[in-house]
Design a protein around this ligand. Structure first.
Ligand code: SF4
Length: 394
């Protein structure tokens, strides 16, 4: 199913050439008018090309002007806000990503793994509180331990179908074809063989730069996260196994060359859309971890500029914002995003009226720790229902 389509390959030299060209256009007085015209067209629903997007990124056009264009384009689409809550089933991991609290050599993290019964209990708690979408998360494991994680998540995934969740995101690392089949075992299929419930494969590349990928994710063969290409092709394998939704992403703060990351993410998204997948896009900023130093991410201005250009250039991609961001940034960016995810990055944290946020068991620090009803209620109050939360609109 879906076999025969080419897997995604990143041409870094082409992206570098696009950036050189974009910088030249951005500094040329002759091109100033054409960039403004591109922006106006984008606001009216004509997406810029990847080359144009990176030229706008490099240009002296004020971020607020680009942001307002993105707001106008998004309001024309009139999409409702979607949501989901993360559910960490364990904080163990065999990988060594330097920026992550769950890396296997982090002695500052207190390790926890839920039982399947506890996971089911958490899912029931989320449902009782009106949350109808959930991300199931584990670490990433060497092949000998991956079978355990796949069985653990498969059981939870089947429970979400029984409980009637509207959207489930899976974040357990790269999988081989037979492992994706095992992950989806027992999950309903549509007549065309695709996965029937709404299930999204999440594998953020974190950075599309091979150099920075190696620096942060490691290079040793026994590190399950170190294989850049295997990760890059995970969505293509998922599609071939019948999954129809992909969630790529970059972690802002690893590679300082945001023009490169923006362009690569646009190209990857366009590849996935062209292959028939629905695409969610994540662009989280680095946050504090247990045992970690204060992170250096992008400035608010860079972050707003990047999200705005993504919204304009790949309007069919659904940009995910999370409560990693403070309330003020949420309010600024929700008008140009499609999803606001709210919850805790600790293991099985949910209670009947809130969640635990202990940094010593969390993957990273969550800035906005209010109950998700409060976070989402602010947006539901003026815009009606939120998809998969409370009043269901989809
Ligand atoms: S980013 Fe993912 S794979 Fe890397 S250490 Fe953290 S949990 Fe493990």
């Amino acid at each position: 199913m879906g076999a025969g389509r080419k897997h995604f390959e990143l041409d870094a030299e082409r992206i570098d050439a696009m950036i050189v060209d974009a910088r030249a256009r951005a500094s040329s007085p002759d091109d100033a008018g054409s960039l403004q015209a591109l922006l106006h067209a984008a606001a009216d629903g004509v997406p810029p090309s990847p080359s144009d997007a990176v030229a706008l990124w490099c240009s002296s056009i004020d971020t607020d002007v680009i942001y307002r264009a993105a707001c106008r384009a998004q309001s024309r689409r009139g999409l409702p806000l979607e949501t989901f809550s993360p559910l960490y089933m364990t904080n163990t991991c065999d990988a060594e990503c330097r920026m992550c609290g769950m890396r296997r050599d982090n002695r500052a993290l207190v390790r926890e793994t839920a039982s399947s019964e506890q996971v089911e209990d958490q899912l029931r708690t989320l449902k009782r509180r009106g949350m109808n979408a959930v991300a199931l998360l584990t670490g990433e494991y060497r092949s000998e331990r991956r079978g355990w994680a796949i069985e653990f998540v498969n059981r939870a995934l089947r429970t979400t179908e029984e409980l009637g969740f509207g959207h489930v995101l899976i974040n357990i690392g790269s999988l081989d074809p037979q492992e994706i089949d095992a992950l989806l075992d027992g999950v309903s299929r549509a007549p065309d063989g695709s996965v029937a419930p709404k299930v999204t494969m999440c594998t953020f590349q974190e950075t599309y730069s091979r150099e920075y990928y190696g620096r942060f994710m490691g290079r040793s063969a026994d590190n399950p996260r170190a294989d850049y290409d295997r990760r890059l092709e995970n969505f293509d394998r998922a599609r071939e196994a019948g999954m129809r939704i992909a969630n790529p992403g970059i972690l802002i703060g690893l590679n300082p060359d945001l023009a490169f990351e923006l362009t690569a993410l646009i190209l990857h998204t366009q590849h996935l859309l062209a292959s028939g997948m629905e695409v969610y896009l994540s662009v989280p900023r680095l946050r504090l971890t247990a045992g970690g130093a204060e992170p250096r991410g992008a400035t608010d201005d860079q972050f707003v500029r990047l999200v705005s250009l993504l919204a304009l250039t790949v309007p069919d991609g659904k940009i995910v914002l999370t409560t990693r961001e403070p309330k003020e940034v949420q309010h600024k960016l929700v008008p140009i995003c499609t999803v606001l995810s709210a919850g805790s990055a600790s293991v099985t944290p949910y209670t009947d009226d809130g969640a635990r946020f202990p940094l010593e068991t969390s993957q990273f620090e969550v800035i906005d720790q209010r109950p998700f009803e409060d976070v989402l209620g602010e947006f539901a109050a003026d815009g009606g229902g939120i998809v998969n939360f409370g009043e269901r609109t989809g």
